[in-house]
Design a protein around this ligand. Structure first.
Ligand code: XMP
Length: 506
């Protein structure tokens, strides 16, 4: 299948470039900047991403482009454009002021294929501290803004294009058109990558690879493992056994509701309620990383015990998706929070790994899930952390605290659905705070729990903004929770963005 290679120089928006290319029904791979595949006959074009680095700095990423430029059409975005310019004799310098935010393309070369169909003055999004001050001989400028002369350039002879703005972000209003002009117009994509082609190809491959082997899969209730299970079920039917573990930290009624959904989907699924074990092991534990470790360890133990009851199981299937596997360039060298996905099972189980969604972005998983007939309430679900409510209860965990939080969370989430807000946000939930606060109910003084509500908008959870929920809704939800959830006398709304905060509180 034809593909575009995106070389990653560490920009926050590299994955977004990948998603935009896939939206053009074209397969793409994101690879570290220095690992371009030699002699891959499927490659039809290359995109060089942005980067937080300066191209002229000693530690900048400057791979040898000789096997790429002249061989494939190349589009450099921001740092990618600066790298092309710098490498072939242009000049890149620190900009007097950081060029950040909206700008409009006052000049566009009408003959440039990349800008075919563009409106004069088209709005683009800039975000760079360095700027190209001279382009290489044989290159010519194809777009400018008021303050950036070389907003875009090309060398048609070598099939090289560069843009200093970011076409992948929505603030570049015709960015999608620019990428379409490159991927379809210039690279000649035949638009082979669609949900139907993916399902057909993957089911065929799974049938051939798995034959009559038995496969186990851990369901989490989330969209990825659900879609992986339905896809496998289509390929191998009853040879797939799904295990859904209740660690006691799911949302209200989630275990029974989701188990029922799975049965309705025709899956061969076994529900295992291990909540008592998890609660016992978590007793008195307050440190977030320790909570995660205990939950991860217990999950593996429970899953392993169940899986070993399936005689002759040869494969472990997982809903791993593409962003989980993209090797992130470690530019700052720091880990903020370890994400122990409770689905991450160890090699010691002696099973071969099957990951049918490993090439997909989240939105593609959803599209395929819909195509497979999975109900919308499973497909459109917000992400939910593997350790569940454990990382939304500050301090130690008890079944009583979980029950209080489940009630508050259910009012919040159901309310978001009823008020038609649920699909507008990336993720929402309630957090039970560690301390009690004073209140008054009737004539009585209360000393009860405070609950924080968190709702964020995001595209990939790497960054997030707090959602601007309507005041009427906030008013309603606060009243509902305080009046209906015994033990809660105060509701707060978290107005922190990520960064510097994270989405989860722990
Ligand atoms: P943070 O809190 O790092 O979360 O901003 C980003 C996204 O990851 C989810 N999350 C987790 N998912 N295991 C998971 O499977 C975890 O330990 C975990 N911690 C956070 C979080 O819900 C958000 O979608």
């Amino acid at each position: 299948m034809q593909k575009i290679i995106i070389l990653d120089f560490g920009s926050q928006t590299t994955q977004l470039i990948g998603r935009r290319v896939r939206e053009l029904d074209t397969f793409c791979e994101i690879l570290p900047y220095n690992s371009f595949p030699a002699d891959d006959p499927d490659v039809i074009g290359v995109i060089l991403s942005g980067s937080p680095l300066s191209v002229y700095a000693d530690d900048a990423f400057r791979p040898d482009l000789s096997g790429i430029v002249g061989k494939y059409p190349v589009l450099g975005i921001c740092y990618g454009a600066q790298l092309l310019s710098y490498t072939y004799g242009g000049k890149v310098e620190q900009a007097g002021t950081r060029e950040y935010g909206h700008a409009s393309l006052g000049y566009i070369d009408p003959g440039c294929q990349l800008f075919k169909g563009f409106d004069k003055g088209s709005q683009v999004w800039m975000s760079h501290g360095d700027s190209i001050t001279a382009i290489p001989a044989g290159y010519h400028v194809t777009a400018s803004t008021d303050s950036v002369q070389y907003a875009a350039f090309e060398c048609a002879e070598k099939r090289v294009w560069g843009v200093q703005f970011h076409p992948e972000v929505v603030h570049s209003l015709q960015g999608k058109l620019l990428l379409e002009n490159f991927v379809i117009g210039i690279c000649g994509s035949r638009r082979e990558w669609t949900s139907d082609s993916f399902i057909e190809k993957t089911v065929g491959e799974l049938k051939a690879e798995l034959g009559n082997d038995k496969v186990v899969l851990g369901l989490s209730g989330g969209v990825d493992s659900s879609v992986a299970a339905v896809l496998l079920n289509k390929a191998i039917g009853k040879n797939l056994t799904c295990i859904f573990v209740n660690h006691g930290l799911l949302r209200k009624n989630e275990f029974t509701d989701v188990l029922n959904d799975y049965v309705c989907l025709g899956l061969n699924v076994k529900g295992v309620d291990a909540s008592e074990m998890f609660f016992a092991d978590l007793k008195g534990v307050t440190e977030p990383e320790q909570k995660r470790k205990i939950i991860g360890r217990d999950f593996i133990e429970v899953f392993d015990a169940e899986a070993s009851k399936i005689t002759d199981a040869k494969w472990l299937a997982q809903g791993t998706i593409y962003p989980d596997r993209i090797e992130s360039l470690n530019i700052t060298g720091k880990t903020i929070k370890s994400h122990h996905n409770v689905g991450g099972l160890p090699a010691k189980m002696g099973l071969k790994l099957c990951e049918p969604l490993k090439w997909l972005f989240k939105d593609e998983v959803r599209a395929i899930g819909r195509r497979l007939g999975i109900p919308e309430h499973l497909i459109g679900r917000h992400p939910f952390p593997g350790p569940g409510l454990a990382v939304r209860i500050i301090g130690d965990i008890t079944p009583q605290k979980v029950a209080v939080l489940q009630e508050a969370d259910a009012i919040f989430i159901n309310g978001l659905r009823e008020w038609k807000l649920y699909d507008k946000i990336w993720q929402a939930g309630a957090i039970l705070l560690a301390d009690h606060t004073v209140g008054v109910m009737g004539d009585e003084r209360t000393f009860d729990n405070a609950v924080a509500l968190r709702a964020v908008t995001s595209v990939d959870a790497m960054t997030a903004d707090w959602a601007e929920l309507p005041y009427e809704f906030m008013h309603w939800v606060s009243n509902e929770i305080i009046n209906k959830v015994k033990g809660v006398n105060r509701v707060c709304y978290d107005i922190s963005s990520k960064p510097p905060a994270t989405i989860e509180w722990e």
